[in-house]
Design a binder for this molecule. Structure first.
Ligand code: GLA
Length: 377
């Protein structure tokens, strides 16, 4: 009897989700890596913070300003991590305070290994001391990478930082980045608020689609507090067309991915801003139901992606991956959409198209997608 009780207790502890109260909808913000790599400094971060607010992106929901790899330099004699004095002469507390003074949140990057992917000090063996430092600096988000480890399983190393973060007097969104090597969707919810399922995104159509396909495999594991992470956004970095970036942003929204802008927002085009700030597409991502949309139908590069939203609504993308225009049809019954009359709204055009009850069919240009919301009439 005692054995059974112990086993039951162990099971409850093992499967209990990381209940730190953040990430109830996917996080939204900006990260330095995709555009700037290691070319980061205080001035860039401060002007990014200024621009998030002045451009209207903060109002659209982007709150985290996250510095990726290369802010660190060394550890002092007590093991405390030190920012690079050339690029961040005033230190990270000043950065975090600045973000907070503008109503934003501030994130950092570290690594569950001896050193980061850019060979700077990692957190392995320093988890508690680093977590305390994050508390002292006022950090709100931690991306935790997987380079240069001791070879042990991420299942062993990532919970150590989780536990260190749970001990401090601050709530930190915990983003696990072990690139999908040990199927993190299966165990991520107990450890982190999101988990990467793939290697790094590149700023081109094929990379973006490959990543979202791999991520799709794990759809059922996502939900409020624990999300699949198909990597950060490339919108605005120049490697895709306007229509391709709309597909990229639309897919990331409907699969409830973290929406972390990865371009130089201090220099973004009107088109980039238009994509990133579309409040109706963002609302799909932030929908309170928190159900990850999926690939529902696929024939010769003609695909339908979608999923349920709150209030008996539904989001759908008719996606043409091919090289010529194609008619794509969403048959509601086949897709598992409850019978009824739906007002169909084009989310990019922000226009109602009409009332449909059985199916919706449209000609879709190559390398583009039509993103619609179905609301019960
Ligand atoms: C890994 C991660 C990237 C980025 C770099 C930084 O490749 O997957 O997202 O953080 O490291 O070095």
């Amino acid at each position: 009897m005692k054995m059974i009780l112990m086993a039951l207790l162990a099971l409850i502890i093992f499967v209990s989700p990381l209940d730190n109260g953040v990430g109830l909808t996917p996080p939204m913000g900006w990260n330095s890596w995709n555009k700037f790599g290691c070319m980061i400094n205080e001035k860039l971060i401060m002007s990014t913070i200024d621009t998030i607010v002045s451009s209207g992106l903060a109002e659209a929901g982007y709150t985290y300003v996250n510095i990726d790899d290369c802010w660190q330099k060394s550890r002092d004699e007590n093991g405390k991590i030190q920012p690079n004095p050339n690029s961040f002469p005033n230190g990270m507390k000043v950065m975090a305070d600045y973000a907070h003074s503008k109503g934003l949140k501030f994130g950092l990057y570290s690594d569950a290994g001896y050193s980061t992917c850019c060979n700077l000090p990692g957190s392995l063996g320093y988890e508690e001391i680093d977590a305390k430092t994050y508390e002292e600096w006022g950090i709100d988000y931690l991306k935790y990478d997987n380079c240069n480890s001791d070879g042990s399983s991420p299942k062993i190393r990532y919970p150590v930082m989780r536990d260190a973060l749970l001990k401090i007097n601050r709530t930190i969104y915990y983003s696990m980045c072990e690139w999908g090597i040990e199927e993190p969707a299966k165990w991520g919810k107990e450890v982190a608020n999101s988990w990467r399922n793939t290697g790094d995104i590149e700023d081109n159509w094929n990379s973006m689609l490959n990543i979202i396909d791999s991520n799709n495999y794990w759809a059922e594991y996502a939900g409020p507090g624990g999300w699949n992470d198909p990597d950060m956004l490339e919108v605005g970095n120049g490697g895709m067309t306007y229509e391709e970036y709309k597909v990229h942003f639309g897919l990331w929204s409907l699969v409830k991915a973290p929406l972390l802008i990865g371009c130089d927002i201090t220099n973004m085009s009107e088109e980039t801003f238009k994509i990133l700030s579309n409040e109706e597409v963002i609302a799909v991502n932030q929908d309170p139901l928190g159900v990850q949309g999926k690939k529902l139908d696929s024939v010769d590069g003609k695909e339908v992606w979608g999923g349920p939203l709150a209030n008996d609504s539904f989001v759908l993308m008719l996606l043409n991956r091919g090289e010529s225009p194609a008619d794509i049809e969403a048959n509601f019954e086949k897709l598992g959409i409850k019978k009824g009359d739906y007002v169909v709204r084009d989310l990019w055009e922000k226009k109602d198209i009409g009332v449909f009850s059985e199916s919706f069919k449209e000609s879709v240009e190559p390398h583009s997608g039509i993103l619609i919301k179905l609301s019960p009439k």
